[in-house]
Every structure is written in C-alpha cells, then in structure tokens.
Design a protein around this ligand. Structure first.
Ligand SMILES: *Cc1c(COP(=O)(O)O)cnc(C)c1O
Length: 412
C-alpha cells in the first residue's frame, strides 16, 4: 500500500480563488447580458505585454539553440553567471547593497522557491507568518508537517500569526515569543504595505537576538518609488546573518508566464544542526538546487538578463509606472467615495476597508452584482483580512478608468 503524505489532508480545500471563480460564474450564468462587462481586479496577474528588450533577447536565444556554435544544453543549476552577475550589479550594487553573484540562485519563480526552501529546514521550528498572508507561506508549511490542524477561525495550530492592522500600518510587530523562521513580504501582497527602515531594523535585531531566520519575499521590490524605503532586507545592517531574500521577474518584468526568479542567501547565514553546530545555509540550498533542479531555461534567463540593459530598465520602468498609475487612480476613486485605503503607492495592490457592517464576502458580492467588478475579499487572506478587500492594479488603463466610474456610481 502506498501511503500518502497526510499533512496534505489538513489543507483547506483551495478555498479563495475557486470560490471567487464559482461566484463569478454563477452570476454570469444568471445574467448573460452582463457577463461581458465584468472586469476582473481579483487575481494578481499582469496584463501588459513584455518589455521588447526581453522579447528580442528571447527570440535571439531561440536562434542560438538552432546552431552548433551557440547551442546550450543543461546550464549551471544555480543559473548562468552572466545573469547572476547582472542581478548582483543592477538589483543590489546599484542601490548600494552588497550581494555577490555566487550568493544568487536562479530559479523558475519565487513561489516554487518559497515552498522549496522548507526542504533545508528541520521539523521543530517555530514559524511566524503575517495575517493577512500570501497563502503559499502557510500551505507549504502545512504540507511539510510544520503545523497542526486547521482551527475554527481558519488558522493552523502551531503557527504564530502576526496581526497586520491599520494600527501598525500593516507592518507586523515583533512577537513576544521566540520564533525560528519568520515570513515577511514588502511591498506586501495583499495589503500593499511597505516597511520603513526602522521597521526592518526591529525585525533584524529580533532575528539576530533569537537566532531566527527571516524569509523575505521581495517579489514587488520593483514597485518601490520612495527612495527612503529599503529595497532589500540586505539594506539593513546585520541582515546578512539572519535573512534569505526571494525575488521574481514576474511582477518586475511581466514574467508571470515566462517564469524566472531567484533566491539570495548570504555566505554568512547559518542554521544549527541537532548538536548545535553552525551550518552555512547556502551550502544546503546549493545541494538541494543541484539535486532537485536542473536550472531555469536558457531562453528565459536571456530574457531576464535583458531587463537590466539600458533599454530593459527603461521599458520596465514604463511598465511599473503604468501599474502604479492604475493603483493611484483606484485609490483616489475609493477615497473620493469615503472609503479608507492603504497601499497602492509602492505596490500594485490597494487594500480597502469595507463600509461599516459589511463583511468582505458581502462586499465581494455587492461589487460583483452592482458594479460588475471582481475584487478579492480580505477574509480569503486570513482572519485579520476580514473587513477589507484587495483591488489589483494589474489591468489596462481603460479597465481601470471604467472601474473607477463604477465605484463612484456604486457609492453615489
Ligand atoms: C506574485 C508573487 C510572487 C512571485 O511568484 P512567481 O512564482 O515568481 O511568479 C511571490 N510572492 C508574492 C507575495 C507574490 O504575490
């Protein structure tokens, strides 16, 4: 008999986006005349074509594979040196942050990396996650057996939830208890919140004092426009001894369908074995990577590297400005009708408080039925998300303008 991993059975059955899909479909079936007018501001996927620098580089990379001279088979598991060097230079050194190319591990995306990283950590860690949360952090820990069962309020036994509320500007306070692994994500999905330097200093000090490791999700780094906001956890002194950073080209370059990301693990970062000996974490990740992964596609890595050329940087900037412009329009529309809004300034999401007495799913239904706009109910991201909803700025400008008009009409 083949025994399954029973931890999977503890997972809440893929609740949020399937439920949204079900409600949208049911409404569209009942109102076929309106179905075509529904605008989706729910899922965080990009809408705009890729920067032409990336397209041209990938076309050329395909042609490389057509000749003996330029053919590429298996590449290095950690990624091509030219991409790792380019990232070290442009994503870090250019911002005054010290990360060397051999501390960068290229992958096919940050979601996989965030799940896979648990391979290199032991079973008895105490783990803290923000609430509301990007569900991947929670579900991968459930699968790995790092939690107990789900409870009445949707939280899992054994995880430490860090409340993110208007009071703390959606930047979690350090916990009273000692934890070993901490997930942080800034700019944040779903709240669009950013962490200031002082916020991150507190977390790094906490991690160093408690011998903890911060798993820092920087997927939305490219949306930071305020020069005072740290672009990387490694901009904070001491972070090289207590943090791993996850980055992705998905939101930076519109690569959600192309697939490329990377992990940064500083040489200094260590964890403890059962005898209390310190072991470099990057050694374990390098071993895992070369055993379970055969490298991201050559074509895709060429496309990613092209995002850092002069043309690529310019086009990426245009792309990000487009989405940030959308976010700004959506945020103003919500404010004009009296809603409280967070995020949207250094992030492609705005986080909106539901009108008093309206739950986040009631708000979802109201927006769908009366405005034909799909949003994401905050409750789907965790118990602290109740009473809020997320509007994604990943859309065309025409759609965003139309959503703004409908928000005005709905609350007029
Ligand atoms: C989109 C996103 C990612 C990136 O995932 P990829 O697998 O690289 O596409 C990572 N973290 C968060 C919070 C995200 O929203």
């Amino acid at each position: 008999m083949a025994r399954i991993n029973e931890h999977f059975l503890k997972l809440q059955a893929g609740y949020l986006f399937p439920e949204i899909g079900r409600r949208v479909q049911a409404f569209a079936a009942e109102h076929p005349d309106k179905a075509g007018q529904i605008i989706r501001c729910g899922i965080g996927d990009v809408t705009e074509p890729l920067p032409s620098a990336a397209i041209e580089a990938m076309h050329k990379a395909v042609d490389d594979l057509a000749t003996h001279e330029n053919f590429h088979g298996y590449g290095p598991e950690q990624g091509y040196a030219w991409l790792r060097e380019t990232i070290a230079q442009n994503a870090y050194a250019a911002h005054g942050i010290r990360v060397s190319a051999d501390e960068i591990f290229i992958s096919d995306g940050a979601k996989c990396d965030m799940g896979n990283i648990l391979d290199i950590f032991g079973p008895d860690n105490s783990i803290a996650v923000p609430d509301p949360v990007y569900p991947v952090y929670v579900d991968t820990n459930v699968m790995n057996g790092n939690t107990g069962n789900i409870q009445e309020d949707g939280t899992y036994e054994g995880l430490v939830y860090l409340p993110c509320t208007p009071e703390n500007n959606f930047v979690p306070d350090i916990p009273k208890e000692k934890v070993d692994l901490i997930y942080l994500c800034f700019p944040n999905n779903p709240t669009g919140a950013v962490a200031r330097r002082n916020d991150l200093i507190k977390w790094v000090e906490y991690a160093l004092a408690n011998d903890a490791i911060i798993l820092y999700d920087g997927a939305y780094e490219a949306f930071i426009t305020d020069p005072l906001i740290p672009r990387s956890i490694f901009d904070i002194p001491g972070a090289r001894r207590c943090a791993i950073e996850f980055r992705s080209f998905s939101k930076q370059g519109g690569f959600t369908g192309v697939r490329c990301g990377y992990v940064v693990i500083p040489q200094e970062l260590t964890g403890k074995d059962g005898q209390g000996n310190r072991v470099p974490v990057s050694q374990l990740w390098a071993r895992r990577h070369s055993t379970k992964f055969n490298g991201a596609s050559y074509i895709v890595q060429r496309g990613a590297a092209a995002l850092f050329t002069e043309q690529g940087l310019l086009e990426t900037h245009t792309l990000i400005s487009h989405y940030l412009g959308n976010a700004s329009l959506l945020a103003s529309a919500c404010r004009q009708v009296g809603l409280r809004v967070w995020g949207g300034e250094n992030a492609p999401y705005i986080w909106v408080e539901c009108p008093k007495g309206t739950s986040s799913w009631e708000m979802f239904d109201k927006m769908l039925k009366e405005a034909l706009v799909v949003i994401t109910p905050g409750a789907g991201f965790g118990s602290m998300g109740e009473g809020f909803f997320r509007i994604s700025a990943f859309n065309t400008r025409d759609n965003v303008n139309e959503v703004c008009r409908r928000i005005h009409k709905l609350f007029a």
